[in-house]
Structure formats: structure tokens, C-alpha cells
Design a protein around this ligand. Structure first.
Ligand code: CP
Length: 333
């Protein structure tokens, strides 16, 4: 049984098949692949797009989605084995995953890092525990990566550019008043490298580099896919001749859990905002963000409202790629 925890577990051609299937859904294909099936959507964190697109996608294919919010509308959960559960958790993932597997055909998890200790958070223990104890496929709805966003993003890039191979792809850090999850930034490197793009990771200093695990995977994947991977702290160099600019803010990993120390550092880099002046340096480049986005903090109104911005297309694609993904996982023998 195959889960969908990370795109690194799937080949480029398998991912492309799902994108192609999603394109058929976008063009009007209907399916009853989830007829008489049910899916559990567990949200440890808020969502607009993910919850809506999964619920509606399941319904469109004849299935039923149950939304659970552990710690709110469902019991708080523990994932570590052998621990004495004398804190807030009332239930262990071991039981929760097995019980949900008796009711549901898919289990989907959103569990962000706790933002206290990166060495702990990078283990991604909540979703791994669900994958271990579940007897049905588990889908990552964003933990320390966001693979569903990856599929939606690559589908939109291909729709705009055609063949994405060897196109200059810039992942730019942007300012945000709070330190945010690195998941979408990690995922941006994973999918662009898998699909053979020439990646530039633009961030203010080395302190804002992403986890070595994801940078190393990107370097390995471009070896196979024919792309390249480069880091830059120079805005002009990075934007010059870019075909795609993807923006995301994230907290600097060396300051994980000590965010008051990071705050004065990040406040120096408000000029990393994506604006028209920067976009004019590109090769008629296109721009996106996973959303939600604070306007005039991460990107200007002018950029967000430009024809070259495909953030809304990317968000729409979440519905289509997740339908393709659910169909694929539910049809496993
Ligand atoms: N991009 C994304 O996952 O959006 P939500 O957080 O609103 O689900």
C-alpha cells in the first residue's frame, strides 16, 4: 500500500501521470472513483484551500469527507510510543489511526511543526505515526512539506510555460511579520528539481537557507532530471532572466524556538517583497504563491493583480490534483 507523504517517494513519471489526470478533471472529466468511500481529514492547523478542495473533491467523486480537528472537535493526540500520557493528549495515534482505518478509505493529515525545536519538528512524527498505524493510505495535507501544493504548482507552471525543463525557477524568501513554516519552500525545491528546472534559491543570508535535507535532495534530483541548483543572496542576480518566481516566507532555522532573536534580523529584509520593479528584471516571468498571502508585505497589489500571477490557477489546481491523487490511492490493490 502506497501513501502520499512526500513526492520523493514517487517517480517523476508517476507525478506527471497524476498531473495529466488532473488536467482531464480541469477540462470536465467526471468520476465516481470515491462512490461509497469515505475520507478522514484531520486538521491540527487552520486551512481555507486544503479543506475546501479535499471536501469538494471527495464529494464530486461520490465520496464523503469527515473533518476532524484534534484538540478542538476531536481528542488531542499523542504520537510518541512508550510515553506516559499525563499531559493534554487523550488518545494515541495508534488507536486513532486504526479506528479511522475501519471507517475510512483514506486518511489525510495536516500537522505543522510546533516551532519550538527544529530537530524534533523535522522528524515529522505525527504523520509518520499515522502512516505506521493506518491500514489505509495516508495523504500529507502539509506537515514539513506540502506535496499536494507541489502537484498543483507544477500543473500550473506547465499550463503557463509548456515544457518546464531548464526554465529558470526562482524560489524567493519574502518578509512576513511572523516566522512561518518552511514546508512550501521545501516542497518548491522538491518539485522544481524533480521536473528538471534551473533553480535559484534566493534568501537574505545563509541563516535563511532551508534544511540541508531538502537542499541535498534538490541537488540529487537535478542530477537525474537535468536541471540545476544554485543559492543566491543577490536580488538582481536571482531575478535576472527568471521564467518563474515563486515566493514564500519562512523562519530562519538557526533561531527555531528563539524567535525573539530572529525578529530584528528578519525586519531588515522587508525589501525582499516581490514588486513590479523586480519582476521587470525577469524573462517575462510568471509569479505565484501558495496562498494565503499578506498583500504589500510579501507581494505588492500590482504583482498579485498582474496577468503573470498564477496564484489563483494554482489554488484551483489543488482540487484537480487531489481528485487525481485520491483516485489513484483508492484504486490500489
Ligand atoms: N495553500 C494552502 O494549503 O492553503 P490553506 O492553508 O488555506 O489550506
Amino acid at each position: 500500500m502506497q501513501h502520499f507523504l512526500s513526492t520523493t517517494d514517487w517517480s517523476q513519471s508517476e507525478l506527471q501521470e497524476m498531473i495529466d489526470h488532473a488536467r482531464q478533471f480541469k477540462n470536465g472529466l467526471t468520476s465516481d472513483a470515491l462512490k461509497n468511500k469515505s475520507i478522514a481529514l484531520l486538521f491540527f492547523n487552520p486551512s481555507l484551500r486544503t479543506r475546501t478542495s479535499f471536501e469538494i473533491g471527495a464529494w464530486q467523486m461520490g465520496g464523503h469527507a469527515v473533518v476532524l480537528e484534534p484538540g478542538k472537535s476531536a481528542w488531542p493526540l499523542e504520537f510518541e510510543l512508550g510515553t506516559t500520557m499525563d499531559k493534554t493528549a487523550e488518545e494515541h495515534v495508534s488507536e486513532a489511526a486504526q479506528v479511522l482505518s475501519r471507517y475510512c478509505d483514506l486518511i489525510c493529515i495536516r500537522a505543522f511543526p510546533k516551532f519550538e525545536n527544529w530537530q524534533d519538528d523535522r522528524k515529522d512524527q505525527m504523520i509518520k505515526a499515522f502512516a505506521k498505524y493506518s491500514t489505509v493510505p495516508v495523504i500529507n495535507m502539509e506537515t514539513i512539506t506540502h506535496p499536494c501544493q507541489e502537484l498543483a504548482h507544477m500543473m500550473a507552471v506547465q499550463n503557463r510555460l509548456g515544457d518546464q525543463k531548464k526554465k529558470k525557477y526562482v524560489l524567493t524568501w519574502t518578509y512576513h511579520p511572523k516566522p512561518l513554516n518552511t514546508a512550501v519552500a521545501n516542497s518548491s525545491l522538491l518539485i522544481a528539481s524533480k521536473f528538471g528546472m534551473d533553480i535559484t534559491l534566493l534568501c537574505p543570508t545563509d541563516e535563511y537557507l532551508l534544511d540541508k535535507r531538502y537542499m541535498d535532495i534538490a541537488k540529487q534530483q537535478v542530477e537525474t532530471s537535468g536541471g540545476s541548483f544554485n543559492v543566491s543572496h543577490d536580488i538582481e542576480e536571482a531575478y535576472s532572466d527568471a521564467d518563474v518566481v515563486y515566493a514564500k516566507s519562512w523562519g530562519a532555522l538557526p533561531y527555531f524556538g528563539h524567535w525573539e532573536q530572529e525578529k530584528p534580523i528578519r525586519d531588515q529584509y522587508k525589501h525582499f517583497i516581490v514588486d513590479q520593479q523586480k519582476m521587470s528584471m525577469t524573462n517575462n516571468g510568471i509569479f505565484s504563491h501558495c496562498l494565503p498571502l499578506r498583500r504589500n508585505i510579501k507581494a505588492t497589489d500590482e504583482v498579485m493583480d498582474a496577468d503573470y500571477c498564477f496564484a489563483i490557477d494554482e489554488a484551483e489546481n489543488r482540487l484537480h490534483v487531489q481528485k487525481a491523487l485520491m483516485s489513484r490511492l483508492i484504486n490500489q490493490s
